[in-house]
Design a protein around this ligand. Structure first.
Ligand code: GLY
Length: 392
């Protein structure tokens, strides 16, 4: 990698990871204090058959649930690998995109499974990004009262975040993730090589959730991300492997402690209150990560205004999204409407907004006292008003 990369001063010791066999990393995730499933981080699909044998998931019918974007690229390769150890391998392609994260898509998966004769002992594989993982997981949680499933995430966002922790579900009536279930996968198998062909926007969108893990739980990781920004942007696989391994470990720690979000798992929603509102306001024209970086800047701003973090930390956090091609301001919005949208989820849940603030870099807290005025101030902070700026 570039030896001329400007490096920030290292504030923390480097974290070394122990290599597993065959160039892969393995993280075991506990559920209710018992080993539940492994996250396998590797560089091709070849190890999948061995994993299925280890889990005694052979001799079953397998449905690869994928979408119209990922399916044409990878589903045949995965199918060929699985054929020798399965009774039957079928592929179901859903239309790609958040707009299809619906009960209608789940219904079409049920219909497909019934037509193909799937029973409770068979297996689903989610091959794709977060939407495919969430929809397949929900179909697996509900088809015949529950069927095994495996996550094979193919985007940075799903590899670091959505494939881990058992949240599954769909959007409903304009509400994100309103219908769902907790359903743990039998395995999360990720091939990092797929990231090299991901389009830039999707790749950097996923990075917003990686950054979030550092900000809320691990300042050394946050610093490491900044130090390695050039390699991350260039998708150096060794660096990506370390990044994903560390990021998945942070997520593992959080979901093990609070699998069903009774408490601290909500910390993972840092940046999501305002982020989700912008996502909705923009009619999903921005990527999830783009909205989350805007929401994170707004949450860091409130943290600064409350003297939880310093002004320097706020500006550093804000500016650190820029090299990763993530937005820190947005134009053509109506801040008051965004504020209203932050409440629509609250209205649906019948609860106060749980806002996630930074107490310092690497430590987040849940706070339900953030006022409308503070939220509006924060939205105005990220609002790039061309007309006002021109007058100054
Ligand atoms: N992505 C947030 C969570 O898994 O809780």
């Amino acid at each position: 990698m570039r030896s001329d990369s400007p490096k920030r001063i290292r504030r923390y010791p480097l974290f070394y990871i122990e290599k597993g066999n065959n160039m892969s990393q393995r993280i075991n995730v506990l559920y209710q204090k018992k080993p539940c499933y492994d996250i396998v981080i590797t560089r091709d699909f070849n190890g999948l058959t061995e994993e299925l044998e280890l889990l005694q998931l052979t001799g079953k019918k397998i449905a690869i649930i994928t979408d119209t974007q990922v399916g044409p690229i990878y589903s045949q390769e995965v199918k060929e690998l699985l054929l020798p150890l399965s009774e039957q391998v079928s592929i179901f392609e859903m239309p790609a995109g958040e707009a299809n994260k619906t009960l209608d898509t789940v219904k079409s998966i049920y219909t497909f499974l019934i037509q193909e004769g799937f029973g409770r002992k068979d297996l689903l594989i989610a091959l794709g990004g977060g939407v495919v993982g969430d929809v397949t997981g929900y179909a697996a949680a509900t088809y015949m009262r529950g069927i095994d499933f495996i996550q094979m995430p193919t985007t940075l966002l799903s590899q670091n975040d959505s494939s881990i922790g058992g949240k599954t579900g769909v959007d409903f009536d304009g509400y994100k993730n309103m219908v769902g279930a907790f359903k743990m996968p039998r395995l999360v198998y990720m091939n990092l090589n797929v990231l090299t062909t991901l389009d830039d926007r999707q790749y950097f969108s996923g990075f917003a959730e990686v950054m979030k893990h550092g900000l809320i739980k691990d300042s050394a990781f946050y610093t490491w991300l900044i130090e390695n920004m050039y390699e991350i942007c260039e998708r150096d696989l060794d660096i990506l492997e370390e990044m994903i391994f560390r990021s998945c470990n942070i997520k593992k720690t959080v979901v093990e402690k609070d699998p069903t979000e009774q408490g601290d798992r909500a910390l993972l929603n840092f940046g999501h209150t305002i982020g989700h509102a912008i996502e909705k306001y923009m009619n999903f024209e921005l990527t999830h990560g783009e909205c989350i970086s805007l929401g994170a800047v707004a949450a860091a701003f409130i943290s600064w205004k409350r003297n939880l973090i310093s002004m320097e930390d706020y500006y550093e956090v804000r500016d650190m999204y820029v090299p990763f091609y993530l937005p820190i301001s947005i134009d053509h919005i109506e801040p008051k409407e965004i504020l209203q949208l932050t409440k629509s989820d609250k209205k649906a849940e019948g609860k106060k907004i749980k806002f996630i603030l930074l107490k310092r870099i690497g430590k987040a807290v849940i706070d339900d006292t953030v006022t409308d005025a503070e939220i509006l101030d924060a939205i105005n902070e990220i609002y790039f008003n061309e007309e006002e700026d021109a007058c100054e």
